[in-house]
Design a protein around this ligand. Structure first.
Ligand code: ATR
Length: 284
């Protein structure tokens, strides 16, 4: 590395578990770029000061993860339309000294489904989304943008689903958790954005038998890679899309901004990430 090395990083708290350095490191090496991508743990009380003088970090840009996406939204002086709509930024870069922010989670979600099932959105009347947090917001935005007729948002705390209806409009239908079974009847796209099924959390234990036989089941959780939900869907012969692809695809636009090459999500990159999950016992 030299003074001309372009540096980027993932900023979060905690950040030690992040797979972003693995992804960007793979692309930097593959394209022979004089660049570096590290991890930066910034505490919540320090994030506003850090972002307000981003230039001083010496970074050309950064990814931002939990819990700093809203702080990054506030700090960016230019926003892409998705970040402006969601109030959350996961990708930062400097342009003529000004801090720009984008949200690439929506792109990551859509590109992941597109790669697995190119026709997934065709004549899709309703999608069912479990959860109403930050991940859910990005996914609802993506589904509506793709023309999905309605999005049923099923959440333990109904008020959070209602807040999403207030934000996105009447195509979002808030649904109480106890009414989930009825909502799954004939469902053709089910997406989990809750933390249920994540390592250390209770499993997402729901009966998938009412789903349409051609349904696609997707999980934003990727630790473990094969969540109980995805395993149950597969056992029933349903198509599934895991959460790792969303992580890989959301990284693409940032890399292109910082390093000038649009990278690809290749089977080799996916295999590398899966090997890392396997090494840490996080496949199932
Ligand atoms: P993120 O920003 O990653 O989406 P979040 O804002 O913490 O995370 O949201 C977590 C989601 O998982 C929420 O929808 C939460 O439901 P509540 O809004 O009712 O809290 C959901 N969740 C977490 N634990 C849950 C549980 N044990 N049962 C049902 N839903 C759960």
């Amino acid at each position: 590395m030299s003074e001309t090395t372009r540096r980027a990083a993932i900023i979060g708290h905690p950040v030690a578990h992040s797979r972003s350095p693995l992804i960007h490191g793979y692309w930097l090496e593959k394209h022979g770029i004089d660049g570096a991508y590290g991890r930066l743990d910034v505490a919540p009380e320090a994030i506003d000061a850090f972002l307000s003088d981003f230039k001083a970090s010496g970074l050309v840009g950064a990814n931002v993860t939990v819990p700093h996406k809203e702080a990054a939204f506030r700090a960016a002086v230019e926003l892409d339309p998705v970040a402006a709509a969601l109030g959350a930024v996961n990708t930062l870069w400097l342009e003529e000294g000004r801090l720009h922010g984008a949200n690439t989670d929506v792109h990551g979600f859509l590109a992941n489904l597109d790669a697995a099932e190119p026709d997934w959105a065709r004549s899709l009347g309703e999608a069912v989304v479990l959860g109403a947090g930050g991940a859910s917001r990005a996914i609802i935005h993506g589904l509506l943008e793709r023309g999905v007729g309605r999005v049923a948002v099923v959440n333990r705390t109904l008020g959070r689903a209602e807040a999403l209806r207030d934000q996105f409009g009447s195509r979002v239908h808030p649904v109480a958790w106890r009414d989930l079974p009825g909502r799954l009847a004939g469902c053709r796209l089910l997406v989990n954005t809750t933390s249920l099924g994540m390592k250390g959390q209770p499993p997402l234990d729901i009966d998938l038998s009412p789903l349409s036989p051609d349904a696609l089941v997707s999980d934003a959780v990727y630790v473990p890679l094969q969540t109980p939900l995805l395993r149950a869907a597969k056992a029933q012969g349903l198509a599934t899309v895991d959460g790792l692809g969303m992580l890989l695809h959301q990284a693409v636009p940032g890399f292109e901004r910082w390093f000038g090459v649009r990278p690809e999500v290749t089977p080799e990159l996916r295999a590398l990430a899966i090997a890392d999950l396997a090494a840490k016992g996080q496949l199932t």
